[in-house]
Design a protein around this ligand. Structure first.
Ligand code: UDP
Length: 357
């Protein structure tokens, strides 16, 4: 988005806060707790959060007419608003509909200092005394993650990861995170496999700011065991062409999350006209219109049932995938996202004015 905005004459910059392992331990707990998971948060956790916030406040060069702060981790940077002025927007990517009250009570005093909050879906938001906007995320269709790939490149990536192209491939791409239910994906696959011969690819990464991912990966590997039809892939960060190729090589793409932000993996899969089976959580229902742009499923058996339905009805699967691609084209590409951001800037800059579009 930054280069595209540049071409439109908007001088946009992107910056990143710094943190250490203890901070990431806290922010991961906050993330889970804001998604409604039970977490044990201590006074020390809140203090650690503030220590890193203060360091970043001191180090970051914050300037601009409009400052967007993404997600809870850097939310405390708002303390610099008094000194810098200008308009500040809190861009929240997660589902705040059922947060752990302790973490939300801690975060809310920061959030209400912003001029506006942006959520990815209406259901994610909370009642706040500031203006709220709805802006869905998006994908860039020309990026390595999403551009068309020649068949040879897809075959090369399959060979690189040791995946024979001999039977249908069911894929989930996700960070190794409990909220993505990787073991549930394997269980659903095992049910499908009883009647249809197919492979499972679980492609994911571990993230430096995610202290749980190594443990989740170990559990997934243990559950997969020595089954040569289950491919648990640890994909290095930045392997966008590999992820693209794995998605394109798939017969069905699954996203069996317990909780989700917007679910960009679903956007990416639909853009590739893939039939998707996904749980109706977070932003997924905005993308997967059940039985029109994919199938929404519940639980392990429901997921297995939907996958079987797609594997045995290729015509139906193709129709869902094609509808999915059109849905993404109209609603979730980067150009729409930039237009929304520019409208948001106009709305904040001309508060009270009538804007003719
Ligand atoms: N992704 C990736 N490599 C991985 C796992 C995920 O590049 O090993 C990408 C995926 O293609 C998507 C993003 O990370 O673009 C994940 O976004 P999503 O909204 O699905 O989930 P989040 O990780 O933000 O919860």
């Amino acid at each position: 988005m930054v280069p595209l905005m540049g071409q439109l004459g908007v001088d946009a910059r992107w910056d990143i806060i710094k943190g250490n392992d203890p901070f990431f331990g806290v922010t991961k707990k906050f993330h889970n707790a804001l998604h409604g998971r039970q977490e044990k948060i201590t006074a020390r956790d809140f203090e650690l959060f503030m220590v890193t916030t203060r360091q970043n406040i001191a180090e970051l060069e914050l300037s601009g007419d409009m400052i967007f702060i993404h997600d809870p981790q850097p939310a405390g940077l708002i303390s610099r608003k008094k000194e810098i002025g200008k308009k500040w927007v809190w861009r929240c990517h997660i589902d705040l509909s059922h947060p752990n009250p302790e973490v939300w009570d801690f975060l809310q005093p920061f959030v209400v200092e912003y001029d506006a909050a942006v959520f990815s879906a209406p259901a994610f938001s909370r009642e706040l005394p500031i203006r709220q906007f709805l802006v869905s995320p998006s994908i860039d269709p020309l990026s390595d993650k999403n551009r068309e790939l020649p068949r040879e490149m897809i075959d090369t990536v399959l060979a690189k990861y040791g995946i024979p192209d001999d039977k249908p491939i069911i894929t989930q791409v996700s960070r190794f995170d409990y909220l993505k239910d990787p073991v549930g994906v394997i269980q659903a696959y095992e049910l499908v496999k009883r009647s249809i011969d197919c492979r499972l690819v679980f492609a994911g990464g571990t993230a430096s700011d995610d202290p749980e991912s190594d443990q989740v990966l170990a559990e997934v590997r243990e559950r997969a065991g020595s089954n040569s039809d289950i491919h648990v892939l640890l994909v290095p960060p930045g392997s966008d062409v590999d992820i693209n190729a794995l998605q394109r090589a798939s017969t069905v793409i699954v996203q069996k999350s317990h909780r989700e932000g917007f679910g960009l993996t679903v956007t990416e899969a639909l853009w590739k006209a893939k039939p998707v089976v996904a749980s109706a959580v977070g932003g997924i229902p905005l993308q997967v219109k059940n039985k029109f742009t994919g199938l929404c499923s519940h639980g392990i058996e429901g997921t297995a049932y939907a996958i079987r339905q797609l594997l045995t009805n290729p015509g139906y699967a193709k129709w869902l995938g094609e509808n999915g691609r059109e849905h993404i084209r109209y609603n979730f590409l980067i150009t729409r996202h930039i237009r929304d951001y520019l409208l948001l800037c106009l709305a904040l800059d001309h508060e009270g004015d009538v804007i003719y579009l």
